[in-house]
Design a protein around this ligand. Structure first.
Ligand code: NAD
Ligand code: DAU
Length: 350
């Protein structure tokens, strides 16, 4: 039985990855290590928490001693590293936290793997999950490829770029068998409602203003989170050591067009007159250093590993809106902070 560490498995993307691996690979022991910050929520994993091949460990990747002991104890065969501070706006108000978790946390995990694997790397793999934001901002033309130079602009993307560099440095210096992927914006179920799509669904439903940064002209490339989890599965098992893979949806939307689409869909679903929800759109001060456009060229992963997105965006966004409208309890728990109690009840009091 292989033991695989997934970090950040209680977060948005991590919970989809944990679910996929626990269900698809009963012969793997999946250890989900998560600090349970405001973004980590064990309610995201209720459907698999009692499976015999799943274990949750609460812990902080910034704590080097703890990580050292955890690797010694569990002797992981592979690592899929998603834990991060992930919200650009929070990185503007508190950059230092991003250096601790995203940079130092990543280096601690690299040290943990290097320490237990020594020079015996056969069948071992350290997979680091990164973002397209490390490449900076595009103008109206072009796409990010795996060869695009790094040019991060926010403290978040700078910290992710730094962590990517450390992973490559451990590969080049110590031969650590590492692979990296850089993905575009994800959407789907279980996303913390401070990010655009779940925040706006919540606000439209509750007739609250929709704060559009600047003129809403910024473009993002949206990918269904389940397709990202599928790509992670493919890269973890078949990606070549030392390689980078870009993952994206070939699905660019200017924020304002996406927001208007969501408003129209929600008018229909909530039985409101056409155009009613659009009235909630409120243009606010732009995000500092706001990147204009991201677009991923995901042809390498398609060509080499046969992965491509499975879901059209129009269908995906409708599914996503339905999920947030149906899962009111999840959303209320998250917005009220009640989800924090779940860990206490589930793991501390037992
Ligand atoms: P998220 O914020 O929803 O989840 C992050 C998880 O990491 C949370 O469960 C949190 O509790 C945990 N965590 C944070 N600090 C920790 C620490 N010090 N120790 C242990 N656990 C800690 O993030 P997400 O959107 O699911 O992103 C996951 C990864 O994917 C990140 O590395 C992010 O950079 C990357 N990524 C995200 C997107 C996106 O659109 N969301 C796109 C590309 C790449
Ligand atoms: O590109 C991948 C990245 O996508 C990930 O690495 C990040 O972890 C993830 O958070 C996401 O970053 P963005 O900054 O693109 O996502 P966010 O949902 O915060 O914003 C999407 C766009 O919408 C962006 O142009 C800013 C804008 N926006 C966002 C919010 C929260 C608004 O106009 N108003 C808002 O209230």
């Amino acid at each position: 039985m292989k033991t695989i560490l997934i970090t950040g498995g209680a977060g948005f993307i991590g919970s989809h990855v944990v679910r996929l691996f626990v269900n698809k690979y009963p012969d793997y022991k999946i250890v989900n290590l998560d600090k349970l910050t405001y973004a980590g929520n064990l309610n995201n994993l209720k459907d698999i928490e009692n499976k015999p091949n799943y274990e949750f460990v609460k812990g902080d990747i910034v704590d080097g001693d703890f990580i050292h002991k955890l690797f010694e104890e569990k002797q992981f065969d592979g690592v899929i590293h998603l834990a991060a501070e992930s919200h650009v706006d929070r990185s503007i108000s508190n950059p230092t936290e991003f250096v601790f978790t995203n940079v130092i946390g990543t280096v601690n995990l690299l040290n943990g793997a290097k320490n237990i694997w020594k020079d015996n790397f056969s069948d071992k793999r350290f997979y680091h999950i990164s973002t397209d934001e490390v490449y900076g901002s595009l103008g109206e033309e072009g796409m990010f490829t795996e060869e695009t130079s790094y040019d991060p602009h926010s403290p978040y993307s700078a910290s992710k770029a730094s962590s990517d560099h450390f992973v490559r440095a451990y590969l080049d210096t110590f031969g650590l068998p590492a692979v990296i992927s850089n993905c575009s914006n994800n959407y789907g179920s279980f996303q913390f409602p401070e990010k655009l799509i779940p925040l706006f669904i919540h606000n439209i439903k509750n007739n609250k203003p929709l704060p559009v940064y600047g003129k809403g002209e910024n473009v993002r490339d949206w990918l269904w989170v389940v397709d990202h989890a599928r790509a992670i599965d493919v890269i973890f098992h078949r990606g070549k050591i030392g390689e980078t893979y870009n993952i994206g949806g070939f699905n660019e939307w200017a924020n304002i067009d996406l927001i208007k689409l969501m408003c129209r869909e929600m008018d229909k679903k909530l039985g409101r007159p056409d155009g009613e929800s659009e009235k909630l759109i409120t243009y606010v001060k732009d995000r500092a250093g706001h990147d204009l456009r991201y677009a991923i060229d995901a042809s390498k992963i398609k060509r080499e590993l046969g992965w491509e997105p499975s879901l059209q965006f129009e269908e995906g966004i409708e599914k996503t809106i339905d999920w947030y409208l149906e899962n009111t309890e999840w959303l209320e728990n998250v917005t009220s902070g009640d989800y924090k109690k779940y860990y206490e009840e589930q793991y501390v009091k037992r």
